[in-house]
Design a protein around this ligand. Sequence first.
Ligand code: ADP
Ligand code: MG
Length: 586
Amino acid sequence: MKTAAQLREELRSIDHKSYPAYKSLKGEYRFTDYVLSIDHVQGDPFAAPSHVTVRFPMEKAGFPADYYKDRLSRTSLADYLLRQFGNAVAKLSFQARGSGKSGLIAVSRCGQEILDRSACCVTEKEICVRFSVGFPARGRTIDAKELDKILFELLPKGIPAAFLFQNQQKERLQAHMELREDQAALRMFLRENHLAAFVADGAVLPRESGVSAKPMKNAVVFKSPETLRVTAELPHKGKISGMGIPCGVTLIVGGGYHGKSTLLLALQNGVYDHIAGDGREYVVTDETALKLRAEDGRFIKDVDISLFINHLPNGKDTKCFCTEDASGSTSQAAGIVEGAEAGSRLFLLDEDTSAANFMVRDAFMQRVIAPEKEPITPFLERVRGLYEQAGISTILVAGSSGAFFHVADTVIQMDAYQPKDITEEVRGLCGEYPLADTAAARTGREKAVEAGIMAAASSHKRVMTKHEESKTRRNYYGDTVARPERMKTKVHGRDGFSLGHEEVDLKALEQLCDSEQTAALAYLLKMAYEGMIDRKKTLPEIVEILADRLAKEGTAVFREGGYVAGGFAIPRVQEIYGCFNRYRRP
Ligand code: ADP
Ligand code: MG
């Protein structure tokens, strides 16, 4: 490994040369406190900035061993340090100047959730931070003096500030670490107590605005109804009380604008841990929970949706359903079957974003349209079976149809942003408003059918396919040789990406919370495309292999061109399934 002095020397020697001469700086350099690695050098001052990694030995950083004893604490510490470094970097960026992106120093920006990001990793050995630097130029010639300023003046100031234990606000850091352990304990509490979700008393659920995930100021704070209140004992915070939503079928009702969707949104985000001050620190949901919505136009491939849809007028097979352009109801049916396959134990639905004909069909409509003319068995008739046969709970926001009262275990009314438990009240009324022919009246035989379908759906062979690009090319001598299967990806923010010529639209995966997760999904799909799709492996097999690797190797999976770059955050396995299922393939 070269020394920092050698880097300085090399830098001096390329001053005023044309920009590509910067490429000679690629490599690792030993500084007093850390190793700096120049992994990738941008092609010109206007291109995406260069990639730099700093490795700070843990021994020197001096954090207590307790802060990196396991995966949970390591990701907590990494998240904290990344936020610190982000603050430091904001002050240093563009202090060096020049054309284009000269002088830019940028690192991943963290939101309200704590994610495992490639931008910062903590191991027993070291803290590793990956960021971008715009190598300075005047016009298109190298400005070595300015890069010297970044590497030998600005970073040596910012890095120790962010990564030395002695420079941290100890109490804040300690609180950050403890909160995460409490959140893990609360998730354990859910499992042990057969709860689908927990919302603490005092939680703040609404957000500042549609574009800000910060908590709303002066919001009505959450207070659990007496009958649903449970108390957990957390290792650091001690006793905490709040609303426990039991597994089963839960209905959230209430007048328009009373806070139903806000509660559901908090629950769907409760699969992630939130930072202190967010208001949702102690709002946790079963981490396999899946928000489902109607998604007209989506792609569906080989999904057995016969649980919900049969006898389509065009004669299409719904046991192995494919479409390039799903309807609201078929998209939602597929979403449920795919969700079960992805291991979800909880579905979250909002009537507002669901296909009406998928959810219920009232008695009058059943009279008018004969059963054999209606391909759809509405969700209303399957929701109990999903729980009883497959162990999958549902939390559903319903504003217009009372039919779901008949199948709910728990009914929560949002009343001026406060929850009320109206389960008993509703139970009394169910007799007055009987349902004609529904899940409530279904026979044992139908239940068996349901169980069978559910088992079939999960064992269904869905071999993963891909578009075959031309596999060969002509070389210089005119011979046909194999073309390496490399595909380009381009990420379009949080909402999707392209792989080769295919666009993958992920707008409907509402629980994706960061564009770095989308970048990771693009990476994983490309990885599958290039090396795993072999006309034998099924889609679940491929996803499980990838999920396994992520669990074992963490963000080290995101390696490209011999190094790991910043800019990736590990998604949940549910979103990996969601993404692979939406990839349009032959
Ligand atoms: P619903 O789904 O019942 O129609 P929403 O959840 O969309 O209602 O909430 C309506 C409005 O009330 C939203 O603008 C939301 O930000 C606001 N709101 C939700 N919960 C609270 C709260 N606890 N305190 C203050 N305002 C809230
Ligand atoms: Mg709503």
